[in-house]
Design a protein around this ligand. Structure first.
Ligand SMILES: [Zn+2]
Length: 59
């Protein structure tokens, strides 16, 4: 599996959802290079929005 984006380290228990502080399960890489982390709940909640922004969603 190849990806045009830089390889990022795996999510760990230390990574937290940006919205609620729960353990992160989803990472979204934005087109501007920014990075957002979401728990499963917020990952689903924001998924359509992130796709609109053409973000790269990794889980
Ligand atoms: Zn959350």
């Amino acid at each position: 599996m190849t990806s045009p984006t830089l390889t990022r380290p795996e999510l760990t228990a230390a990574d937290r959802c940006d919205r609620c502080g729960a353990a992160a399960q989803v990472r979204a890489i934005l087109r501007n290079g920014g990075e957002l982390l979401f728990c499963g709940h917020h990952g689903r909640e924001y998924e359509s929005k992130l796709k609109e922004m053409d973000a790269d969603i990794q889980r």
